[in-house]
Design a binder for this molecule. Structure first.
Ligand SMILES: *[C@@H]1O[C@H](CO)[C@@H](O)[C@H](O)[C@H]1NC(C)=O
Ligand SMILES: *[C@@H]1O[C@H](CO)[C@@H](O)[C@H](O)[C@H]1NC(C)=O
Ligand SMILES: *[C@@H]1O[C@H](CO)[C@@H](O)[C@H](O)[C@H]1NC(C)=O
Length: 874
């Protein structure tokens, strides 16, 4: 079967005589393709023509996707022999072959180099799968040459990638030299001819990674492939040929496998909604996948307890214990006892479960015998070192040499049976017997610990409930007897009794009338502790009413806190509270009404962001900074807001910012610098690392949130839930990388005029200074205000928080999810979400999430409880 049958074979010659650039459908002897012309496939999916890659001026003939804006070249004809002017033409010569000429017709730059039977009239077509074919007389049998047999660096769907045992024709995908040079680079992806077929990624001929052999449902080294969401994979190995082919379920999906200049193989898919390529697999994915990471007879386990990935196979010891101790496993392992001496002397096999089986280049495959007879055969043959089933269900594969490049997985892989001498075998048997005797006892322990765990959780639940109840009752009393907000129930925050005489008390009836009896039409939003309504007094004055939900025990305290604080604060960049309303269980705060909602509604919205030009954005940043300066240093109290985010910055009619939502704020004593809390509240993505991880907060935690906001305002992108093709886990990481390379201008929001580039850059630097990992390095608000007013020179920021992350965690997550895109994954307390979905779906991160310390603790108790029980049972 050949692939050009996909497309319609009618010959169509479209010539547009009045344009300089021709769109062709075919190349015939009379119709060459000149530089500037484009050959387009029938359904316009691919185009062939001359191009110059990157910053180069050389001309190459290549195939690219016709319908996407980003020129993505999938095949290059003259990759190592470019033209240096635009005199090139692709033509069919007298003998019927396809040639690329420059000025000198007797000196081709590239040719198909096939021997053509005489008297054939050949023709060239570009098929809709991206295959350039040379046809003899326009019939299926007449395929003379196809570009799919000569891949460059890209493997496309519908392409048979492999080698023909008969003709020896080998498909090798080789990386470009660089972005500017499609010449043959260092890295190749190809089928190894010996043994059981495997695909190798190599640097020169030195292997870097192998897919492992085909085990029926996928490659043994690509666990992710068992999930086939966009294509179906066919693998063929017979006497004539070996190949693999990816066929799309939906032909309009654009996906490609690329060997890139940095030595990775990646698969990416075009996302039309985002107008860009997204990588969803990249190899080698983990340290353990690097070829022969643990040397011969070593096995790599990415989650080894002691943090060193390498162990020896059963019956083997490290070749060099010193290197091993220094955590260099590349020397591998040697037999404890020479096999030959013990051959036929009661040796046996130890099973290793969930393994990417060793390199099969020298292994022997027999598809006709069962696993049991495979074992018997291996035992009889003294050179046999291990065996396994060839696919997940059948066949036999035996190794007769060192076992190279094995690794283990947690939920993928095959069983590998390793030959061991009688002593090792006895040790293993003893261990496994012990464990089976203990099993019953262990199940008992597991069950009882589970029961204890449940009781413990019940107790916590009960304790919390009664505590809240008591608190509620007490607060109730406070409210009905006086309007003194004296909180002595909890954390000793306010010692003094505060008489809020500055505050107006509103009547519930007035508020109900103003908000149309809290009608759903008047509802502005839902906060953490209740709903917010818009209201109009009878005199026409507009208000916003925050109505505390009746059953939120949490909210009581936050409410009092807010009333107490905000009534004492007067600043034009803080939202103004007009009064409160307390009647029975109803508690409400009455604010001035701000018609423009919050800042996030503007900066993250495709249309509204245009309303915020540079001037406006800078004013907003300065407004927020001034208000924070007031909170931190200039007000009568020292206040830490703790939940600064764009959603809590409201905009008035003139788009002036006003900080709102003081429900989480804390008052600091004059000499207090830092406080520890067990209750981490705030919004993910804006929390500083020391606060999120250790519960330590200070004015510098607010500074951190401010930095995140500045970066968001300048770039128009959200920090959390941020995805970038280079796998940047968050906005800060991406900005930081660009800033280091002096390319930060690239990420500035497009609504900011280029003239203000340097000013925006200055803001980015200030933002980066605020999000530095260590609180001590971050500037305080008075320094920031000076920096903003251009009166201070800026120091160089150090690396922001959450950029390097916990390497262990992120690596592990990488292996699970293929794509790790949000800082959430790197945050120990955060919930791990489906990273793929996160990448696709921006909307997902719209709702801000609040994590409480208690929730995190309960989650951990559950998680570790279960893991523990699971381990004991296993
Ligand atoms: C074309 O190239 C050949 C081989 O390099 C050379 O002998 C010949 O003179 C060239 N012809 C022209 C017109 O430059
Ligand atoms: C294929 O994908 C396109 C675009 O995503 C979609 O419009 C079309 O309905 C899909 N076709 C099938 C058969 O699912
Ligand atoms: C052991 O197996 C290898 C590979 O299959 C084979 O070449 C060799 O002849 C066998 N040796 C014996 C003694 O059967």
């Amino acid at each position: 079967m050949h692939f050009y049958q996909h497309s319609c074979l009618t010959v169509l010659l479209i010539i547009l005589p009045f344009t300089s650039c021709l769109f062709l459908n075919t190349i015939t002897p009379n119709q060459p393709l000149k530089d500037g012309d484009v050959l387009i496939s029938t359904r316009k999916k691919f185009a062939l023509g001359f191009f110059s890659p990157g910053n180069s001026h050389n001309r190459y003939v290549g195939i690219w996707y016709h319908q996407i804006p980003e020129q993505t070249v999938v095949w290059v004809a003259n990759r190592d022999n470019p033209l240096n002017d635009t005199s090139g033409a692709l033509a069919i010569d007298n003998h019927g072959g396809l040639l690329l000429f420059g000025k000198n017709r007797s000196f081709p730059f590239w040719s198909t180099n096939v021997s053509i039977p005489a008297a054939n009239i050949s023709m060239v077509k570009l098929l809709d799968v991206g295959n350039l074919v040379l046809l003899g007389n326009n019939t299926e049998e007449s395929l003379l040459w196809q570009s799919f047999d000569h891949p460059t660096d890209t493997i496309l769907p519908s392409m048979k990638f492999g080698w023909k045992r008969v003709t020896g024709l080998d498909n090798i995908a080789t990386s470009w030299k660089s972005m500017d040079d499609p010449g043959t680079g260092n890295y190749s992806y190809w089928f190894k001819r010996n043994g059981n077929p495997q695909l190798f990624l190599s640097e020169g001929r030195a292997p870097r990674w192998r897919t492992g052999s085909w085990i029926g449902i996928g490659w043994s080294g690509i666990p992710q492939m068992s999930v086939r969401f966009i294509f179906n994979v066919t693998f063929m190995s017979n006497q004539d040929e070996v190949w693999v082919m990816y066929c799309l379920y939906n032909e309009s999906t654009l996906t490609r496998l690329v060997v890139d200049e940095s030595g990775t193989v990646y698969r990416s898919t075009w996302l039309e909604e985002r107008k860009r390529w997204v990588r969803f697999y990249s190899a080698p994915p983990e340290k353990c996948d690097a070829y022969e990471f643990c040397g011969p007879n070593g096995v790599c386990n990415p989650v080894n307890n002691d943090g060193f990935e390498c162990t020896c196979l059963p019956g083997f010891d490290p070749r060099s214990p010193k290197d091993w101790y220094l955590r260099d496993g590349s020397g591998g392992c040697v037999r404890k006892q020479e096999l030959n001496r013990t051959c036929g002397n009661k040796e046996g096999f130890v099973k290793l479960a969930r393994v990417k089986v060793p390199d099969t280049s020298k292994a022997h495959v027999n598809m006709n015998i069962s696993l049991k007879s495979c074992g018997e055969e291996c035992l009889r043959n003294c050179t046999c070192t291990a065996y396994s089933s060839a696919t997940v269900s059948e066949g036999c594969i035996t190794w007769h040499d060192d076992l190279v490049d094995a690794r283990t997985y947690s939920n993928w892989g095959q069983d590998l049976y390793v030959r061991v001498d009688s002593i090792t075998l006895a040790q293993y048997l003893k261990n496994s017997k012990n464990s089976s005797i203990n099993k019953i006892g262990k199940v008992g322990i597991a069950l009882s610990s589970f029961a204890i765990l449940i009781l413990f959780l019940f107790f916590i639940y009960w304790w919390r409930k009664t505590k809240t109840k008591a608190k509620e009752q007490r607060s109730e009393n406070v409210y009905t007897t006086s309007i003194y907000f004296n909180d002595n129930s909890g954390e000793n925050e306010y010692e003094e009794c505060t008489n809020n005489s500055e505050l107006t008390l509103f009547d519930l009836n007035t508020i109900a009338a103003a908000t149309n009896n809290f009608s759903i039409d008047n509802k502005l939003g839902e906060g953490g502790f209740g709903s917010v309504y818009r209201g109009v007094f009878s005199d026409g004055k507009e208000i916003a009413v925050k109505r505390l939900s009746k059953n939120s025990g949490q909210g009581n305290k936050e409410f009092k806190n807010e009333v107490l604080l905000i009534s004492k604060l007067q600043h034009k960049n803080l939202v103004r509270v007009l009064g409160c309303c307390i009647q029975g269980v109803e508690k409400m705060l009455i604010y001035e009404y701000l018609p423009n909602k919050s800042l996030d509604v503007f900066i993250f919205d495709k249309e509204k962001r245009g309303l915020l030009d540079w001037r406006k954005r800078f004013d907003i940043i300065c407004g927020i900074a001034r208000a924070m300066l007031y909170l931190h240093h200039d007000s009568r109290l020292r206040i830490i807001h703790r939940d600064l985010k764009t959603a809590n910055v409201l905009l008035d009619a003139n788009l002036n910012p006003k900080i709102s939502d003081f429900g989480m704020a804390r008052i600091f004593g004059e000499d207090e610098i830092e406080v520890n809390t067990h209750r981490v509240v705030g919004t993910y993505g804006y929390m500083s690392p020391e606060y999120a991880m250790k519960g330590r907060y200070s004015i510098k935690s607010d500074v951190y949130s401010f930095g995140v906001m500045v970066l968001e305002i300048i770039t128009g992108k959200k920090n959390s839930g941020y995805c970038h093709e280079n796998l940047h886990s968050n906005l800060m990481a991406h900005v930081w990388d660009l800033w280091k390379e002096g390319r930060a201008l690239e990420i500035i929001d497009s609504s900011i005029d280029e003239r203000f580039g340097s000013a925006a850059l200055r803001c980015i630097t200030i933002g980066l200074l605020c999000v530095q990992e260590h609180a001590i390095n971050r500037p305080n608000m008075s320094e920031i205000v000076l920096m903003l007013s251009n009166e201070a020179t800026l120091p160089n920021p150090k690396q922001p928080a959450f950029v390097s992350g916990d390497p262990l965690t992120s690596e592990r997550l990488n292996s699970v999810n293929h794509v790790t895109c949000t800082e959430e994954n790197k945050f120990r307390g955060g919930k791990i979400r489906d990273a793929w979905r996160m990448c696709i779906d921006d909307e997902w991160s719209q709702g801000a999430e609040r994590y409480r310390f208690e929730d995190v603790v309960s989650f951990y108790v559950f998680f570790y409880g279960f893991t523990c029980i699971f381990r004991i049972i296993m």
